[in-house]
Design a protein around this ligand. Structure first.
Ligand SMILES: [Zn+2]
Length: 110
């Protein structure tokens, strides 16, 4: 390989390297744009998730539970006042006087 050939080979390699560099820069830009899009999407998904978490209804559920329980308690009250046991051992049986077990159930939560 004489000097002239060597220079030509080097120039060829130089052009190839410049091409490769351009490709790397283009790929880098594409990657940056992909990452930006993913970050935007991620942000949107997180915000949406927070909205959904806020919309979930544990408080409403609790209120429903409480109102169901007070409804049950009220029914038991009526049953006891009508002269029946509401305690597990004698439930539904006619009551003579006060029953400690029934009263315990009636006043357990209040
Ligand atoms: Zn009883």
């Amino acid at each position: 390989m004489d000097k002239q050939e060597l220079y030509q080979s080097l120039e060829t390699v130089e052009v190839q390297l410049q091409d490769a560099l351009l490709q790397v820069q283009a790929m880098k830009e594409m990657l940056t744009s992909v990452v930006n899009n993913l970050e935007l999407e991620n942000k949107y998904v997180r915000e949406r998730l927070q909205e959904l978490e806020k919309m979930q209804v544990p408080t409403v559920q609790k209120e429903e539970d409480a109102s169901t329980r007070s409804q049950v308690q009220e029914n038991l009250n009526h049953l006891y006042e009508d002269g029946f046991h509401i305690c597990p051992s004698s439930y539904g049986a006619k009551r003579e006087g006060e029953c400690m077990f029934c009263l315990e159930i009636l006043y357990r939560d209040s």
